[in-house]
Design a protein around this ligand. Structure first.
Ligand SMILES: Cc1cc2nc3c(=O)[nH]c(=O)nc-3n(C[C@H](O)[C@H](O)[C@H](O)COP(=O)(O)OP(=O)(O)OC[C@H]3O[C@@H](n4cnc5c(N)ncnc54)[C@H](O)[C@@H]3O)c2cc1C
Length: 364
């Protein structure tokens, strides 16, 4: 049986960030990914927004890792010349009543040390984005957009350059805890690997991996709920200068304007719970999109066309309070150096370099 000191399960943006970070100091490191290439799930089906960190409760992992991740990510993008734009965003009050929500978000952002945020008037918001109607907005300059595929490609390149192997089409199917580590088995393959440090970065399947390692996921509240979000695109508008968001809901940041680096415009994601992992989409929610977008931008249904979707791995079940990321060394559950990442929903894309630092600190 082959022995590898450290194994990372999952080559989404989080697993790749962890692997890239550890590969700088760790000799024997392996990444296993069930798909044929990196980032086939949440990491390629999202808004590609570099978040500021203003939404999350002070002291939560989400807040800390997003604020730090924002800075680390911009540094990484600049250092490696990866396409991105620090465009900033506007969170708009679509009624007078929503202005109090902007104030709460502003105060929360200040508590989390998000830089340069400012409440602006309806006139100033109009000056920044003439097509948008609002009753005032929160201006968040540190928000941006990036080419996340290029980020993952660079992380893959750097990880492999440091001598780490990334094994694609390699699906972990069983984990056995032994005295000094873990034995991994793989689907459709007879070989096994023994590893001392095991990192679960399996995104939508991270609860399954935790269960394979022997964790009672119900007792530990690690059960994931799939929360799908669709996007609609339009050619009616182009080249907004800022991302534009409504105020957030309990389960999502709201149907916002997504802009890409080519200036193309789409809207989403909405949020609805599903039982299956299935990326097929239809027009069930078109009316909701139409109504929601028209609270801040005038658009006809004929200008909205189905685009794509993503599925969030949420720890939060329907109508429950928002839960924080789980990122733990599960030594208290009798699994030393099983580093468990469960429920890495938004802002996982932004937080990924900070998550990687945090994971390195958890390894003993
Ligand atoms: C609709 C949507 C919009 C979002 N927008 C944003 C945004 O704008 N900004 C932001 O910061 N975040 C955003 N997010 C969140 C962000 O996309 C995720 O937090 C991030 O991509 C999670 O990365 P990951 O590597 O943990 O998961 P994934 O990308 O899902 O990667 C997990 C990997 O593990 C592999 N795997 C699973 N099981 C096994 C196994 N048994 N063996 C081997 N490999 C396995 C999978 O194949 C997969 O490649 C959004 C998410 C969604 C769904």
């Amino acid at each position: 049986m082959e022995k590898i000191k450290t194994t990372v399960i999952g080559a989404g943006i989080v697993g790749l960030s962890i692997a890239e970070k550890l590969s700088q100091n760790f000799d024997e490191l392996l990444v296993v990914e069930k798909e044929e290439s990196f980032g086939r799930h949440a990491s390629s089906r999202n808004s590609e927004v570099i978040h500021s960190g203003l939404y999350y409760p002070k002291g939560s992992l989400r807040a800390k890792l997003c604020v730090r991740g924002n800075k680390l990510l911009y540094n990484f993008l600049k250092k490696h010349d990866i396409p991105h734009r620090n465009c900033g965003k506007l969170i708009v009050a679509t009624t007078e009543e929503e202005k109090s929500i902007l104030n709460e978000l502003y105060k929360n952002g200040m508590r989390n040390n998000v830089e340069d945020i400012r409440i602006i008037s309806e006139e100033e918001a109009k000056g920044l984005e003439p097509e948008i109607h609002s009753h005032g907005a929160l201006h968040v300059p540190s928000t941006g957009i990036m080419d996340s595929h290029s980020v993952m490609k660079k992380l893959e390149f750097l990880t492999e350059k440091n001598g780490t192997m990334i094994s694609y089409a390699t699906e972990v199917s069983d984990i056995k805890k032994v005295k000094d580590g873990y034995i991994l088995s793989f689907k459709n393959d007879d070989f096994k690997i023994k590893t001392e440090i095991l990192i679960n970065s399996a995104g939508l399947w991270s609860d399954d991996i935790a269960e394979m390692a022997g964790i009672d996921i119900a007792a530990n509240n690690y059960e994931l709920h799939y929360c799908k979000g669709d996007y609609y695109k339009t050619t009616r508008y182009r080249n907004f200068q800022h991302l534009v968001y409504p105020v957030p809901t309990n389960i999502s940041l709201g149907i916002h304007i997504r802009i890409n680096l080519n200036g193309e415009v789409s809207f989403g994601p909405n949020a609805y719970y599903v039982d299956e992992l299935d990326y097929k989409i239809d027009e069930t929610y078109k009316q909701d999109f139409y109504e929601s977008i028209n609270t801040y931008l005038t658009i006809g249904k004929e200008d909205l066309h189905l685009d794509d979707c993503g599925i969030r791995p949420k720890l939060q079940a329907k109508d429950e309070p928002v839960k924080d990321f789980v990122i733990k060394n599960e030594k208290n559950l009798g699994l030393p150096n099983f580093i468990n990442l469960v429920g890495i929903d938004s802002p996982g894309l932004t937080a990924c370099p900070a998550i990687a630092e945090y994971v390195e600190e958890l390894i003993e």
